[in-house]
Design a protein around this ligand. Structure first.
Ligand code: NAD
Length: 356
């Protein structure tokens, strides 16, 4: 497997270095070889080339089987021309790779339940869900859009629009992901009010005919927002459109209380997927060996699972090693608690490697 590695900025380089040690070790354990090559993105690319997404980076990503990203951005580039800001590199590579599906697991390791914002009786039932969000359509990209003057006052408008093929391909990602998990898919829409949601629901039901082994349910988005805090244990995979998914995926991850723990994947069709932690470049702790590398290590597990079915045992091994490390009491600053073994970025990875 050929992996393009983009450490990016801030803590990006530190956490990616540790994740690559884990990749090497798991490869050696299972007799698999990984070819990794580094590319520039974000602020470090601006410094080296004048732009956040060099052509060489796009080329290398497209020639790879998967892409691993640290994080981009930082105060150094906050005041530069907005058209070449570090985040542009991220948006640009998503566009180049046609990444239309964003997968964000929100799972709570029992060892970290003290960090969860929910009541202990709710947490006791467990949180292990995956939000599959459509990433390239809906109100964020639909036209017409704008602000104009009508009848003497300003009006603002956007268009939540989806064509059948866009719904079908994201629904498939949702069903496929559910197949890899507990085989339950909840499609979230607003079909009681929105026409676009009525089409969404119709197409999801059509796609479900190809997945008789997956149990499909539907939920209105307002109810889904409530159910996520009332009883998140009821969800396995949630599939939804761009705007609803933006809000629900943040809600689902924040309730776990630890952004340093959560990986994500963005997938397209016929192109490599992009795997990255959900957190940013944390400039406040960069270069101090304080970053939690676990979200990036778990992103490597996701990369293996979603890039090649035969790599699933490697993903399971990494996740098991992370869980064991937490149960041994190792904690970085962001997830520290009384009586824990407080460690830095490198030492946390050392512990995961030992458990592998
Ligand atoms: P952030 O996620 O970088 O940091 C928020 C807080 O969480 C900080 O206190 C930070 O120290 C802490 N934190 C984050 N990741 C951590 C980790 N692995 N271990 C320990 N603590 C961790 O968000 P921000 O401060 O809003 O943004 C900082 C920079 O990152 C900005 O330039 C922003 O644009 C960029 N950003 C990039 C991405 C991305 O690359 N995908 C995402 C979000 C923000």
């Amino acid at each position: 497997m050929k992996i393009c590695v983009m450490p990016g900025d801030g803590i990006g380089r530190e956490i990616v270095a540790q994740a690559l040690r884990v990749l090497d070790k798991v490869g050696a354990k299972f007799g698999k070889k990984f070819e990794t090559e580094e590319a520039l993105i974000g602020g470090s690319a601006i410094d080296a080339t004048g732009g956040p997404l060099p052509e060489a980076t796009v080329k290398l990503c497209k020639a790879s089987d998967a892409v691993l990203l640290g994080a981009v951005g930082g105060p150094k580039w906050d005041t530069i021309d907005p058209s070449i800001r570090p985040e542009r590199g991220l948006l640009g590579i998503r566009k180049e790779l046609g990444l239309f599906a964003n997968l964000r697991p929100a799972s709570l390791f029992p060892e970290l339940k003290h960090a969860c914002y929910l009541r202990s009786d709710i947490v006791a039932k467990g949180i292990d869900l995956l939000v599959v969000r459509e990433l390239t359509g809906g109100a964020y990209f639909g036209t017409p859009k704008g602000v104009e003057v009508r009848d003497g006052e300003r009006v603002g408008f956007n268009n939540m629009i989806y064509s059948e093929h866009e719904i079908r391909r994201i629904a498939k990602v949702g069903f496929e992901a559910a197949r890899k998990r507990r085989k339950q898919l909840c499609s979230v829409d607003k079909a009681n009010v929105l026409d676009v949601s009525r089409l969404w629901r119709e197409v999801v039901i059509e796609v479900s005919k190809d997945y008789p082994d997956v149990e499909l349910s539907h939920m209105y988005v307002d109810n889904a927002a409530m159910q996520l805090v009332r009883d998140p244990s009821q969800f396995d995979v949630i599939v939804t459109e761009n705007l609803f998914g933006d809000i629900l995926s943040d809600e689902a991850s924040v309730i776990t209380g630890s952004i340093g723990m959560l990986p994500s994947a963005s997938l397209g069709e016929g192109n490599p997927g992009l795997f990255e932690p959900i957190h940013g470049s944390a400039p406040d702790i960069a270069g101090q060996n304080k970053a939690n590398p676990l979200a990036t290590i778990l992103s490597v597990a996701m990369l293996l699972r979603f890039t090649d079915d035969t790599m699933t045992p490697l993903a399971v091994a990494i996740e098991g090693a992370v869980q064991k490390t937490l149960s041994q009491g190792y904690r970085t600053g962001d997830i520290r608690e009384d009586g824990c073994k407080l460690v830095g970025c490198v030492e946390m990875a050392d512990a995961v490697l030992a458990n592998l």
